[in-house]
Ligand binder design. Sequence first.
Ligand SMILES: [Fe+2]
Length: 271
Amino acid sequence: MSPLEDTWHDIILKAIRGLALDQQSLAQASGVREEKIASLLQGFRNDATLVAIAPSLGLHPRELVMVARGASHPPLTTLPKNVQRFTTQYHGMAVHSYLLWSERTQQAVAFDTGTEITPLLKKLKEHQLDLVAIFLTHAHCDHVLKLSELQAKTKAQAWIDHRELLEGTQPLLANFSFALDDQIDIKALSTPGHSPGGTTYLITGLSPLIAVVGDAIFARSAGGMPPTAYTHGLKNICQNILMLPPSTLLAPAHGPLTTIEEERLKNPFFA
Ligand SMILES: [Fe+2]
């Protein structure tokens, strides 16, 4: 099983940053002694302290401790056979991008580019697919590094939110929807927070539904958000992603695949 993207330590640091807290203010808010918080922040795990500070961080105490104990992981999930995940490396970090194609029209669309496109190009060739569109979840480097190269090799058009436009991309219009064939549609959902124009792409017409979420939400965590975007960003995820049907598959840019049902119950940020 691929490891979770974030540890308990990453999770609390993200919440502390998002809520613009520090050691002292967290001690005051939680009633936990500052030395105990300092020790946690240094990476020394203490489950009782985690439980005590979780409510002040807006985190679910039990689910946070389950992550800390390595006892929380989504079950192994497979993608439909016309969806492929590619994992590339960026400064030692694994980044996922995805390819979806229609078996009826042989047209394909990519979600992000990752840092290496050779495996994607090989897949296109192997299945004789024509890449017609590239949908970008956000403009952070690890997700878009190969955009111009992929466009030069395939002539595919690329879309991204208007707040994160890059050379060669066009802005997603409100209620953007793209028909891959007469069954499969891709709808853009605005999920800013981790980045100003963060976008989730919902693939309908496959069973189950698939949401390509970029860095908005991970299995048992969420993408880091600045304090100015934190509360609104979490709300966006609740309203635009977690309200999808429970069986919807979540395909994040980091960490394992998961489902809406799993994250509603077990993600410390949202449980
Ligand atoms: Fe990102």
